[in-house]
Design a protein around this ligand. Structure first.
Ligand SMILES: C[S@@+](CC[C@H](N)C(=O)[O-])C[C@H]1O[C@@H](n2cnc3c(N)ncnc32)[C@H](O)[C@@H]1O
Length: 305
């Protein structure tokens, strides 16, 4: 059963193939988690290779192999450049990010990520961080809540949802997952599991500043990859995938502008390797249903710009 497994790596073979690992290269796993992808990278590295593994959740540390080629950085990958510099690394051969939460985080009731349990509204991947889901729900203005549920959760009745939260919290703070679910009982639209999943996704993205961190990571990648080096990113929802797709294609986060008079284009140092995202096959979906929304995109730093 899932309880004993920290995390099953998704699209493992495809990701490792996509990274085209050089045995003596330096690789970064931005999201170490249970270390499944990291272990597969290490198997392909020789004694001169190196792996820098980031995870902002201290519990991931327990999965570290005892291997002198590994440097563990217990911080947010948005500080990639800074920590590489600290370890005297100026450029790397490959970068991997497998975004979102691990099964371990999701299955630990007290972390507050899952709608299946009752717990405090926490949702922090990094427990050193001050802001929790409780703070977002109880301190954000109604307008801020409306915007975040609409943008990050794609919740259809985000305005009603924000108004309901603002009303309910006037009499008592929304402290636990059950408090939140009870407060929303009368306004759930469609399938309740799906609705709560969207609400929780929005809160999680906000608490962990997930999209900001991803944007900051992407912007550092062209700078840090060696020419010919590869980046592989696995996303789990369309907001993340859109950022990765646009950045790989155009070197910016803008959607394509269909304007024949525009000649200006941001310089892009990346070449897209996966024209379409790679998704899990039937066998993986059967073995690991949590892989169902995974999308892998790979790009390569151009040899010369
Ligand atoms: C989906 S899991 C990665 C699983 C991993 N690939 C494996 O094979 O076990 C995502 C992990 O990345 C971490 N994480 C997510 N966002 C992060 C960020 N911005 N900075 C550092 N770690 C992050 C989470 O704490 C979690 O442990």
């Amino acid at each position: 059963m899932l309880e004993n497994i920290y995390h099953t790596p998704v699209l493992l073979k495809e990701t490792i193939e996509g990274l085209k690992i050089a045995p003596d290269g330096i690789y970064v796993d931005c999201t170490f988690g249970g270390g499944g992808h990291s272990r597969a990278i290490l198997e392909r590295l020789n004694g001169d290779g190196k792996l820098v593994a980031f995870d902002q959740d201290e519990s991931a540390k327990r999965n570290l192999p005892s291997d002198s080629r590994v440097i563990f950085v217990p911080h947010n990958f948005r500080h990639l450049h800074r920590f590489l510099r600290l370890h005297n690394i100026s450029a790397v051969d490959g970068i991997l990010a497998d975004l979102g939460v691990s099964s371990h985080q999701f299955d630990e009731p007290e972390r507050g990520f899952s709608t299946r349990f009752n717990a405090e509204l926490d949702m922090r991947m990094d427990k050193r961080q001050a802001r929790t889901a409780f703070d977002v729900l109880n301190n954000y203005s109604e307008q801020q809540l409306h915007k975040l549920f609409e943008q990050y959760g794609e919740v259809t009745n985000a305005k009603t949802l924000a108004r309901t939260i603002a009303e309910v919290r006037q009499s008592a703070s929304i402290r636990t997952i059950d408090d939140l679910k009870n407060a929303l009982q009368g306004i759930v639209k469609g399938n309740p599991s799906k609705y709560f999943a969207q609400v929780f996704q929005a809160l999680r993205i906000e608490v962990n500043e997930e999209l900001t961190a991803l944007r900051e990571l992407l912007q550092q990648i062209p700078l840090l990859l060696k020419p010919g080096g590869r980046v592989a990113i696995i996303t789990f929802h369309s907001l993340e995938d859109r950022l990765v797709k646009n950045f790989f294609r155009r070197g910016s986060f803008e959607e394509a502008v269909e304007n024949p008079f525009t000649t200006e284009q941001a310089a892009n140092e990346l070449k897209v390797i996966t024209k379409k995202p790679i998704t899990p096959g039937d066998q993986e979906l059967k073995q690991n249903p949590r892989s169902r929304s995974a999308k892998l995109r790979v790009a390569e730093k151009l040899m010369m710009v």
